[in-house]
Write a protein that binds this ligand. Structure first.
Ligand SMILES: [Mn+2]
Length: 358
């Protein structure tokens, strides 16, 4: 069953007769369209794709034949409102968390029938990946694995974080990445205690701990991996913290299964860190799902009762950050299965790597 049919089946189950889709990632997911600024309308009368003159020919090539391509004349939102008004719909579900206030107001006033929140119906389909999507994420994961091995040869005292990030991004593109799935993080020395320290002008010095958190994009699909290394040796304390973070991460990778609740996994990952009284320094979520977006639901959280399903792709990413000292995070991507999951990112992590290699 194709994705559009899956969506229509789900709409039927929820007694939703019409749906307005504006989130570009949702449009891409349902149609395969790779352009921008195009909306979809699913009505009893048919399925419509509304775009502008730049994208008409591209849309006709990329999207399934059963969807009618319409070139707007008075404006994108205006055309969609007109389509609804000419149809028999008594109410329309829309992506309330995506439109701006001004757009939503125009839409609700314009259609003049009941507008209802679609409550992430497309996102809920996107959470479970199909074979094609899994193959794309695997490729994106393979690119970050190779890039990590490559960058180890370049990191040394005297080079800036930004130079390292630039080389990583260039290398990922050479391997087929369309870009980065998020701003590349290269955080060294004290900056490694910032969980999301984007690459700066800072120069690497001997003794720095360096966190590399980066992702590739392949056919629109993201990978996301973190490795922490050092330049020169570190104290025993930091060797221990590294092994503690690794233990927590591996517990997460070994434990995650279809049917498990997010909060249970969060508890399992944090357990060894709590036992050392360091949980206060693990100051962010333990992971998230990836796909067309870098951060998708379900998120791994102590407050979440969401249940993992087979073929979701989750990151597991514990970290410990001591203010004014340094921080360590290790992150991998795992394909959720009924039994133990399948690890997608495989770059080395067993030993705390100290550069340069002898
Ligand atoms: Mn992540």
């Amino acid at each position: 069953m194709n994705r559009l049919n899956k969506l229509m089946k789900k709409m039927e189950e929820k007694d939703m007769q019409s749906l307005f889709i504006t989130n570009p990632k949702n449009v891409q997911y349902l149609t395969g369209f790779t352009g921008e600024e195009s909306y979809m309308l699913i009505l009893k009368e048919g399925c419509f794709f509304v775009t502008d003159g730049r994208y008409v020919d591209q849309a006709k090539q990329e999207i399934p034949k059963e969807i009618s391509v319409i070139r707007w004349s008075s404006g994108l939102l205006e055309e969609c409102i007109a389509l609804v008004k000419s149809a028999s719909a008594k109410e329309v579900y829309f992506e309330a968390n995506h439109l701006t206030y001004i757009e939503a107001k125009k839409w609700i006033d314009g259609i003049d029938i009941q507008a209802r929140d679609a409550e992430n119906i497309v996102e809920s389909l996107r959470a479970v990946k199909d074979e094609l999507e899994i193959s794309y994420i695997k490729k994106a994961a393979d690119i970050v694995d190779q890039t990590f091995l490559h960058i180890l040869n370049l990191i040394q005292p005297g080079i800036s974080e930004r130079r390292i990030a630039a080389e990583m991004e260039y290398y990922m593109k050479k391997l087929g990445s369309e870009g980065t799935s998020f701003e590349t993080i290269v955080a060294s020395g004290i900056r490694s205690s910032f969980p999301h320290g984007e690459a700066s002008e800072k120069i690497i010095v001997l003794g720095d701990i360096v966190t590399l958190d980066f992702g590739a994009l392949y056919k629109g699909y993201a990978s996301d991996m973190t490795r922490t290394i050092s330049v020169g040796n570190v104290t025993d304390k930091w060797e221990e913290i590294y092994q503690l973070v690794l233990t927590a991460e591996e517990i997460g990778l070994d434990t995650i299964r279809a049917g498990m609740k997010s909060c249970e996994l969060d508890k399992a990952i944090r357990k060894p860190i709590r036992e050392k009284n360091l949980n206060q320094y693990f100051s962010h979520g333990a992971g998230h799902s990836i796909g067309l977006d870098i951060h998708e639901s379900p998120f791994i959280s102590g407050k979440s009762n969401e249940v993992f399903q087979k073929n979701m792709v989750q990151t597991i990413e514990p970290g410990i950050y001591l203010p004014n000292e340094a921080g360590i995070r290790i992150e991998d991507d795992v394909l959720v299965q009924d039994e133990k999951g399948i690890l997608l990112t495989k770059a080395p992590k067993r030993e705390f790597i100290h550069l340069p290699f002898k």
